[in-house]
Write a new protein. Structure first.
Length: 228
């Protein structure tokens, strides 16, 4: 039985093109999955905010007690999870209409990331198992995924290092078609417990997780190729 990789070497141009296209699409999709998983895990990692409460002196700077900061942050995170509340109601903060709309838009983004991440893991397991059953050891798409993810991390990390403020604004302009993300503490006091440096730390964690997942892809590709 001739595998895709063997046919690629033998020069079947039609099969070569299909092999390249299939590997490219798989790598592209898995890069998206890696990003979504990194975002989802960062959202789930509440200890980052708890640590930042002390590291950034959030209660002292905002004038809001630590217990109140924690409780309202937990409510916000619960709202952004699959199966979470459909309506966001802060126990201690009022919320403007534009703030409500923005949080709904953020929720949709986070829910999409969680769904894509979960579906992507199932797809990855199924793809690897199918190849192993066919005795196909060519995991080029996994190597491409790892390398592409590292390149993206380098590019985004470079932008963050050069000018975080501009990158932060650009990200919001790409994701949202309005300026509701520009909060006024008088109308949406919750922003007082969400300082911009906290979002920088979230961004750094997302990049770290992407590097980790990229390394896993590269190591998995090498291991599966050598597996007998």
């Amino acid at each position: 039985m001739i595998t895709l990789s063997e046919s690629f070497v033998k020069g079947d141009s039609g099969l070569n093109l299909r092999f390249f296209a299939k590997s490219f699409v798989s790598a592209l999709f898995l890069c998206l999955v890696i990003f979504c998983l990194s975002v989802s895990l960062t959202v789930l990692f509440r200890p980052l905010y708890y640590w930042d409460m002390e590291h950034l002196s959030i209660p002292e700077r905002s004038g809001i007690p630590e217990a109140v900061c924690r409780e309202n942050y937990d409510v916000l995170i619960d709202y952004n999870l699959l199966g979470g509340p459909s309506v966001l109601e802060f126990p201690d903060f009022s919320m403007s209409e534009s703030g409500r709309i923005h949080f709904e838009e953020v929720k949709h983004i986070f829910i999409c990331c969680q769904v894509i991440g979960a579906v992507g893991l199932v797809w990855l397991a199924g793809r690897v198992l199918r190849q192993l059953r066919r005795c196909d050891r060519d995991f080029t798409w996994l190597r491409w995924t790892g390398r592409a993810a590292l390149v993206l991390v380098a590019l985004v990390g470079g932008l963050v290092a050069i000018n975080w403020d501009r990158t932060f604004v650009l990200m919001h302009k790409i994701l949202f078609r309005n300026d509701f993300w520009i909060f006024d503490a008088a109308d949406d006091p919750v922003i007082r417990i969400l300082p911009e440096p906290f979002f920088l730390h979230c961004g750094v964690l997302i990049l770290i997780l992407q590097v980790l997942f990229a390394a896993i892809c590269l190591l998995l590709a090498r291991h599966l190729k050598q597996k007998k």
